[in-house]
Design a protein around this ligand. Structure first.
Ligand SMILES: Cc1cc2nc3c(=O)[nH]c(=O)nc-3n(C[C@H](O)[C@H](O)[C@H](O)COP(=O)(O)OP(=O)(O)OC[C@H]3O[C@@H](n4cnc5c(N)ncnc54)[C@H](O)[C@@H]3O)c2cc1C
Length: 395
């Protein structure tokens, strides 16, 4: 058994964000990942205003802004008509938009940040079943050589994703539910009249379709825009009445939506963050963003030597958000006749109420609760307002 610095298991966006935040306080963790290469998948397609706030002090926000595209609002369509629109400008926030940026690009920025801070991601090192993980004793395997390594760490941040082995090793319950019906997504170049600076939700007779441009920061001039098309259909692309694919699908994935939260965010010396701690539907765009907020709070508490407060500070917030997103998802997906009829009748009317629009915007933007210990940058230095080109296109 060798003594290790604090250990982060998993170099997804959440583990990397935690390492970056911690390093600002001279806490230099060891960060390991079982994969040989970073993930190339677009997955989370937007960075929300809360995440942009949290990364601002470290300079990461400027790098993300340079790569992404501002999404100014959401348009809701039904039967070829726009039935409601919500605009992020109503937030009156220094970042009044969602930033469309593929998760692969966000992760690239985080990797570069860690490299600049002198933190190396140790790849092909896997946490394996560790009977004494709660005491900080982790069993690692070097994937290439199959060499075993036993380490004793002062604490372990488990950011090892949805199938977290750390979570299983400490036997912490992960209650919740999983939908039967698979959702399917395609990232595909489209010719469409839909405004590319907005997200679009189509309420259909038998489900829903979500569409938003994907950005990587590596687009070439003249290239058709790649859109995320996602819905609760086996073939969402078959529902594109107003848009035409102009190229091959770049990523197709089918997944089952779950809403789950660990019963405790902390067991002994192990702390959970990101998908290892919670899962929920992409409605609300919170998955990666909520995990990054876990990482921020974790780092602040580590700095203050107050990790004992982590569960108390994160669990109620994560729980409230997951419940809210479960409700929103149930409303949007419209999978029973009654719910669909209610949704189609009520959604346009409800969204004409300022309070309802603001609640939706605050949920999606991550600004639906204060983050304890967080002081936003003063409003005297807002980002420069950008000229907006907004078309109210119809589907
Ligand atoms: C198909 C799909 C679409 C999605 N769409 C969206 C979206 O539109 N919006 C949104 O916000 N979110 C979306 N998400 C969710 C989002 O991708 C996750 O919330 C986010 O990746 C969570 O980050 P994380 O760092 O917690 O976990 P992960 O990104 O899963 O990273 C975990 C890391 O841990 C490593 N690891 C795992 N086990 C071990 C081990 N035993 N030892 C060492 N390393 C290990 C893995 O290799 C991985 O690198 C989507 C996810 C999927 C799968």
């Amino acid at each position: 058994m060798t003594h290790s610095p604090p250990l982060i298991i998993g170099a997804g966006p959440v583990g990397m964000a935690a390492a970056s935040f911690l390093s600002r306080y001279d806490i230099v963790p060891r960060i390991v990942d079982k994969r040989a290469e970073p993930s190339k998948f677009s997955k989370a397609l937007a960075v929300n205003p809360r995440t942009l706030e949290l990364f601002e002090a470290s300079g990461i926000t400027d790098k993300l802004l340079a790569l992404g595209r501002k999404i100014h609002g959401t348009t809701i369509h039904r039967n070829g008509r726009i039935v409601a629109e919500v605009d992020f400008e109503a937030l009156e926030h220094r970042f009044p938009f969602m930033l469309a940026l593929s998760q692969a690009a966000t992760e690239r920025v985080l990797r570069e940040d860690l490299a600049e801070r002198g933190i190396e991601i140790e790849r092909q090192i896997e946490l394996v079943d560790s009977p004494n993980l709660t005491e900080g004793n982790a069993e690692l395997v070097h994937v290439e050589t199959q060499a075993n390594e036993s380490v004793a760490a002062p604490w372990i941040l488990a950011s090892d994703g949805a199938h977290s082995l750390a979570r299983k090793s400490v036997h912490v319950p992960f209650p919740g539910d999983t939908y039967d019906r698979a959702w399917v997504l395609d990232d595909i170049p489209l010719a469409t009249d839909f405004a590319p600076d907005r997200a679009h939700i189509k309420l259909q007779d038998d489900g829903f379709l979500f569409m938003m441009p994907i950005h990587t920061g590596e687009e070439k001039p003249g290239e058709p825009t790649v859109w995320r098309v996602m819905g609760n259909y086996p073939e969402p692309l078959g529902q594109l009445s107003e848009s035409n694919p102009v190229g091959e699908s770049q990523w197709n994935s089918s997944f089952h939506i779950a809403h789950r939260l660990v019963e405790s965010m902390n067991v002994g010396k192990v702390y959970f963050a990101g998908d290892a701690a919670h899962l929920h539907s992409p409605v609300g765009a919170r998955g990666m963003n909520l995990g990054i907020e876990d990482a921020w709070v974790f780092a602040e508490l580590a700095k203050r030597d107050e990790l004992s407060l982590y569960h108390q500070q994160r669990w109620p917030i994560d729980n409230a958000i997951i419940q809210r997103i479960r409700t929103m998802t149930g409303f949007v997906k419209g999978e029973s006749f009654i719910k669909r009829t209610l949704r189609n009748l009520l959604a346009p009317k409800l969204l004409h109420w300022k309070g309802v629009r603001e609640a939706m915007l605050r949920t999606v933007s991550g600004l639906d609760h204060p983050v304890p210990l967080f002081q936003p940058a003063p409003e005297e230095s807002p980002t420069e307002p950008q000229p907006r080109t907004r078309r109210r296109n119809r589907g």
